[in-house]
Design a protein around this ligand. Sequence first.
Ligand code: F6P
Length: 373
Amino acid sequence: MSKHIGILTSGGDCPGLNAAIRGIAKAGIKNFDMKFLGFRNGFRGLVQDRTQNIDQEMLSGILTDGGTFLGTSRDKPHKMPVGGKNLDMTDTIIETYERHHLDALVCLGGGGTQKNALHLKKAGLNVVTLPKTIDNDVAMTDITFGFDTALGIATEAIDRVHSTATSHDRVIVVEIMGHRAGWLALESGIAAGADVILIPEIAYEIESVVEAIKDRKRAGKHFSIVAVAEGAMTREQATTIESLLEQKANASNKSEKSEISKQLSDFHDEHVAHTQYLTRELEKQTGCESRLTILGHIQRGGTPSPVDRVLATQLGTTCAKYLADGGHGDMMSIRGQEVVPVALEDVAGKKKLVPTDHPLVETARLLGTSLGE
Ligand code: F6P
C-alpha cells in the first residue's frame, strides 16, 4: 500500500530546501509509490490545514530555486500565536495529520525545528527531520545544507570590501549571520583573508582588536577587514549573559524567572547594534576611518551552491528510502559521505558551536588572524 507523507519547512529559510523536497518526493514517487502533501508556512500550515500539492509537475525546475516553495515560519506547535495569545496547538496538528491519513511527517529545519519535531514525536506522530541552516549549528551532523551557499556569499562579500578598504585606507567591519554559532564568520573570514575574526564562542576585547589593527598600520598596511558574527560579544557582555543565565537557572519562582528573561531579551535587543558600536570604537581608537557592512539576508537568499544541491538531494533521497523501510523518529544526518539516522532525542535542544580549540580556530591563530582574545 502506498505511504502518505507530509512535508513542511520551518524556521529561517535557506538555499537547498527546494532541492531537498525534490529529492524526497522524486525518490519516493519513483521508487516507492509514495504520495506527498506539503503544508504551508511550517507548523502553522498543519494547524490551519493549508496544504500544497506535491507531484511530479511541482517538482520540475525547483532544484536551483532559493527559498522554499512551501513557505516557512518560526511558529512552534506548542506555542503558536493565535488571536494575540501563544496557544498549544498540538492536538489540532494531530487532527490534521490523521485527517490526511499521513504515515509520516518530514520537517526540514534547523535547531528549533528539531525541538518541535521531537515534541510531535512525543505526542505520537511519526516524524523525520532533515538538517538545514546557514548557521551549520545543528548537533549530530557534520554539516547542514544552506551553509555552503552562505559561505560562498559571505566570502565573496568580504573579498569585495577588500578592494574598497585598500583604496581608502579604511577599516571595514563586515557583520555576518550567526547569533550563537560562528561557523559562517570563521570560515568566510579565513576564506577571504579577514584580518580579525570575531565569533560568539570566543569573547573578545576591543583593545585587542585595536592593537591588531595598529600592528598592521605599523607594518605599513593601512586597511583592515574585521569579520564579525552577529552574536560575537566582548568579555564584559559574555560575563553579563553568563550571570543572567545562571540567575535564570537558579530562579526560585516564576516571576523572578520572567524578570530575568526580560533582562535577557533587553540585552539581546541592545546587542543588535553592537557592530555599529564596535565600528565607531575602532575608528576612535585606531584613527582609521571605519565603515560597517551588514550582509543580512543576502546570505540566505538565491540559488543553492552545487555542494548544497548535492547534500540536500542526498539527504532527501535517503530520507525517502528510510521512510519506505518504515523508519521514523530520527533526523537524517551527514557523517562523512553517508547519511545516518540519529534519534531526535540526541539532537533536539543541543547546538553545534565552534569549539575554541577547533582546527580552524587554530588555523586562524597560526595565520596571525586576530580573534580579539
Ligand atoms: O537561523 C538562521 C539565521 O539566518 C541566523 O543566522 C540569523 O541570526 C537569523 O536566522 C535571522 O532570522 P530572521 O530571518 O528571522 O530575522
